[in-house]
Design a protein around this ligand. Sequence first.
Ligand code: NAD
Ligand code: AKB
Length: 317
Amino acid sequence: MSVVKDKILVIGASGQIGVELTLALRKRYGNLNVVASDLREENPLLKGSGPYVSLDVMNKEMLHVQVIRQNITQIYLLAAILSATGEKNPNLAWHLNMQGLLNVLDIAREEKLHKIYWPSSIAVFGPTSPKQHCPQQTIIEPSTVYGISKYAGEFWCKYYHNRYGVDVRSLRYPGLISYKSEPGGGTTDYAIEIFNGALEDKKYRCFLKEDTFLPMMYMPDAIRATLELMDAPADKISVRTSYNISGMSFSPKEIGAEILKLIPDFKLSYAPDYRQAIADSWPQSIDDTVASGDWGWKPQYNLPKMTADMIENLSNN
Ligand code: NAD
Ligand code: AKB
């Protein structure tokens, strides 16, 4: 029996998720079998751990050449413009988030790639979606260009799966919290900045109001969810748009109180800006029973466990 060896291309590998996902994939598939790529020339956190190419996902021809030259069989597409940056430049966000995905889906179809991973976001939900335990299928009327691009992207994934048989899988990540690589312009970034403020200056001025609850997840859970989704047998994947997944839900006041337990002189203040309206348009918590039922999703980190781990790791760094 011949075993087909997978060779993976990660696009957007120098970003907040890309660095950690690339390292996790290298651990699993072997360093040489995971090619990291990004617009950025290099990344110190990935240096020496495997191949890295500078690549623009908008250049379909060059992307296609890399896929053929490197014998790529799976693509993880992470390059995107997130919610806050997207509102500053809606045309650019729409262009990158849509054309980048379509380039990858087209190449996947033409080259018969085995699997594609592309993340969506809780940003698909809008002010008319349920605020609490927002279900997998519900009213979805996003109010940011980022959310609109993610929702349209979800349906392109489903279309390429149904029409061309492309095995593309997706998760609607909540706000992701991590300490390795910096966040890239999202509304939930406060939940990372707050740790840096607490450790460096013992204070942080939050750009969201104290009672703004949002769905969040610690990066180790997000990486594990991604690998588990990609490992699941195809017949277990009932959702070909994108799966809701849930980790935790908290407000700036709640995470501030948790940090205060470990850094007693920490001071938190508030100066809401344009990101407040984005946060207010999103649900406060997510129902992920479909992901749990289909492929066994279960988070491992809650607010206290994540806070302790963030502070320990950032202090060591
Ligand atoms: P990020 O901004 O940190 O990283 C994106 C990376 O893509 C950057 O390194 C950037 O240089 C690269 N990039 C930008 N344009 C490119 C291009 N034209 N060609 C190649 N690379 C390019 O983003 P992230 O937080 O790592 O998010 C990754 C994916 O996960 C995105 O699709 C995002 O929407 C989704 N997501 C993230 C979060 C989160 O909290 N981080 C939550 C929900 C969904
Ligand atoms: C953002 O805030 O834009 C991202 C997301 C939830 O998609 N973190």
